[in-house]
Design a protein around this ligand. Structure first.
Ligand SMILES: [Zn+2]
Length: 316
């Protein structure tokens, strides 16, 4: 089957209290691992590409690779989303290239300008069969080279529930990323994690039936921190979003959960371990291969946490 857009999977997710996992892809091993996990768990899937990834890896190659994986795994619906589209032009280009979803991140602009930019992308994407994710409020963190707010300012930049109805009505966007206390990267919280569920709930109440998106939702698992630290890394003060909080969000109106950092941590931990334990190892297959296997396992775990494992048939 071809790439799908996110409408059917979001409707199914909203109606059944789960969320679809959205994972960033950078290279062959990571992409293979994510798709293999979704296939084994029979889960709907969103693959994401950041503007910076488009500069790192030629899209001709990435797209051919994704198409090959789709052909090899016909039983699961897969959407391709531009993550944090940084300009109207990039969003339009991705629509032209066949992305089935684009995110326009104009959240750093004043409300009226965010509306105007989002609307222009929607007006371009919808007639061409793609859907649009927008963002209102500012999500924290800087790790994805996107304009974000510092960890200390996260609570001052949460989505204002009183503006979401006007924003969605004026832009006609298909889903909305909500700033609710999460942030990008591995250093989300200084102390105990705090998710503003009251903001998520207030936004959900204002927009019945409308799919919300949670960014920056890696959990930064302790065992991965320990492995990285044990083999020469330093992630001692990294902190993520607890899985219980993720599960709670999935039961609300959150239909898409973005996870990136945890997969990067797995890859880093495995490669560090191989290098430390086998200092003579120089064959990339012998460190990228185990990394691929480990990424597949953590993605399978995530898909179960999000509740989307086994849901692929309902989303087709
Ligand atoms: Zn994000």
């Amino acid at each position: 089957m071809a790439l799908v857009d996110t409408r059917k999977m979001f409707k199914t997710a909203y109606d059944n209290g789960f969320a679809v996992g959205a994972f960033n892809v950078y290279n062959m091993e990571i992409t293979e691992a994510i798709v293999a996990a979704a296939a084994e768990e029979r889960a709907p899937l969103i693959l994401q590409i950041l503007p910076i990834t488009r500069k790192y890896a030629d899209m001709t190659y990435l797209r051919a690779f994704i198409d090959a994986l789709i052909a090899l795994n016909p039983g699961i619906p897969i959407a391709l989303n531009l993550d944090h589209g940084d300009s109207i032009e990039t969003c339009k280009k991705c629509v032209d290239e066949g992305f089935t979803s684009v995110m326009i991140d104009a959240s750093h602009l004043p409300f009226a300008e965010n509306v105007a930019a989002t609307k222009e992308v929607v007006d371009y994407a919808h007639p061409r069969g793609a859907v649009v994710e927008a963002e209102l409020g500012k999500i924290g963190g800087i790790e994805e080279n996107v304009p974000g707010v510092t960890r200390n300012d996260v609570k001052n930049n949460l989505t204002d529930p009183d503006r979401v109805v006007e924003f969605v009505a004026k832009t006609n966007c298909d889903s909305l990323a909500v700033a609710c206390g999460t942030s990008h990267g591995a250093y989300k919280f200084k102390t105990e994690p705090k998710i503003a569920f009251e903001v998520l709930q207030a936004v959900a109440d204002k927009l019945p039936g409308f799919p919300l998106v949670m960014h920056g939702s890696s959990s930064v698992p302790q065992h991965l921190k320990d492995l990285i630290n044990k083999f020469g890394g330093d992630m001692s003060d990294a902190r993520g979003v607890p899985e219980e909080a993720i599960k709670k969000a999935c039961k609300m109106a959150v239909c898409k959960i973005n996870v990136d950092t945890d997969l990067k941590m797995v890859m880093t931990a495995v490669i560090r371990q191989v290098f430390a334990e086998h200092p003579k190892e120089i064959d990339p297959m012998n460190y990228l291969g185990p990394a691929r296997d480990a990424i597949k396992e953590i993605v399978k775990h995530k898909l179960r946490v999000l509740g989307c494992a086994g849901k692929a048939p309902q989303c087709l």
